[in-house]
Write a protein that binds this ligand. Structure first.
Ligand code: HSE
Length: 422
């Protein structure tokens, strides 16, 4: 087989960039054999050339983006992250007719359709497999393997940091703060970890997957987002006792009219496929009209898993296996769902005897009580509490009942209300 030499300009050499350099060095011969492509880096953009980067050829480092983009490379790989200057770099590369591969979820969520359009206009390719779920080839699956399906829903654990935190809270009894510190030390939390904990990282990924799956552009802020910040050890324990696991779940659902998108902490029955996804792993359940439900699971963050996804785009584009994308000009409608589901409610109370009046107000609003428990706090820093699992109830009815319970004066603080997945 003849071998084609292929030159990569790399923008950014952090966790994923170094992983890519390592992976290309490790599997260069394999890629030559499989795809007939010999990969080589021309220049690598870094902020600080003096920093230690084991395995990286220091002669390739530069602090000038122009030297990477316009130095005879065939493709620009953007691993700088964030909106700017990454967007300017990518636009510059596209207008110079370079293929682009990126792992940049923030940029894709904000500007994905426009960048794809710019690439199509220049007749160059734009790969972004690594922007969602690290090593799991979910973008490729939606674009390729599932292309013959109407996608009905996507349900996933898209943020490794939150999943790691909730796993540690549930399995090792550590606090949210401690688990987050560990996730930061392991390197999979965002530089600003509020993006993880408050749900925005998962929302960006859900938006990218939904635009692909449902074939159109979604407006900014189309995802209803609720973080995991208010989940306590008591919630995790109460859920466990009743046969549930708390997870941060991203869910997109499409019907003929509109798409609804949500990221929120949810109680999953222990036998739900997403309930057993542990630590920083990600997983996605896709439902298509032909294939039914299909499950993807694996490492959603980290140096080599993300590099694996970047490399898959590089090899596919370099070996000219990819058709130019067709960009739909369609704007997708979004709607908020008022779904009926069971709810988990935790009420901080002065006296656990408040369980009587709380149950009565719920019933008055047609929110049936399936299970209820009253507990005394283990230490003075905590509140006595009442926890309730409701029967199937509409979100609106639960919201109205909670307002009435707050007004009744039996509470010592804010209610925690979480949905329960079927
Ligand atoms: N902070 C992200 C996560 C990294 O925890 O999933 C991968 O996108």
């Amino acid at each position: 087989m003849s071998v084609r030499h292929y030159k990569l300009g790399l923008l950014g050499c952090g966790t994923v960039g170094q992983g890519l350099v390592e992976l290309v060095a490790r599997n260069r011969a394999l890629i030559r054999e499989r795809a007939g492509i010999d990969l080589r880096f021309t220049q690598i953009l870094v902020r600080d050339p003096g920093k230690k980067r084991p395995g990286v050829d220091y002669d390739l480092l530069t602090t000038h983006p122009e030297k990477v983009i316009n130095n005879g490379c065939d493709m620009v790989v953007e691993l700088v992250g964030g909106l700017e200057p990454a967007r300017t770099f990518i636009r510059h590369a596209l207008s110079n007719r370079k293929h682009v591969v990126t792992a940049n979820k923030a940029l894709l969520a904000a500007d994905g359709m426009a960048l794809l359009r710019a690439a199509a206009e220049q007749r160059v390719q734009f790969g972004f497999e690594a922007s969602v779920c690290g090593g799991i080839p979910i973008v490729r699956a939606l674009e390729g393997g599932l292309v013959g399906n109407h996608i009905e829903s996507i349900t996933g654990i898209l943020n490794g940091t939150c999943n790691y935190i909730l796993t540690r809270m549930s399995e090792a009894g550590v606090s949210l703060e401690e688990a987050l510190k560990k996730a930061q030390a392991e390197g999979f939390a965002e530089a600003d970890p509020t993006l993880d904990v408050d749900g925005y990282d998962a929302a960006q990924k859900l938006k990218i997957l939904s635009e692909l799956a449902f074939g159109g552009a979604l407006p900014p802020d189309s995802v209803e987002v609720e973080g995991i910040r208010n989940i306590t050890a008591e919630d995790v324990e109460a859920a466990r006792k009743w046969g549930y696991t708390i997870k941060q779940v991203a869910h997109a659902q499409s019907d003929t009219q509109a798409v609804s998108l949500r990221v929120h902490p949810v109680l999953l029955p222990n036998n739900h496929p997403l309930a057993s996804v542990r630590d920083e792993n990600n997983a996605v359940l896709v439902k298509g009209d032909a294939v039914g439900e299909i499950f993807f699971h694996g490492k959603g963050a980290g140096s080599l898993p993300s590099a694996s996804a970047v490399l898959s785009d590089i090899v596919e584009i370099a070996s000219r296996r990819r058709a130019f994308p067709r960009i739909s000009g369609r704007a997708l409608e979004t709607s908020k769902r008022n779904t009926e589901c069971q709810h988990y409610l935790r009420f901080p109370v002065e006296e656990p005897s408040a369980i009587g009046s709380i149950s009565a107000i719920l019933e008055k609003h047609h929110v049936g009580v399936a299970r209820a428990a009253a507990s005394w706090a283990k230490n003075p820093a905590m509140n006595n509490r009442v926890t309730i699992l409701t029967l199937l109830s509409s979100e609106g009815a639960v919201r109205d009942a909670l307002r009435c319970i707050s007004d009744s004066g039996v509470l010592k603080g804010n209610v925690t209300s979480l949905k329960i997945a079927a």
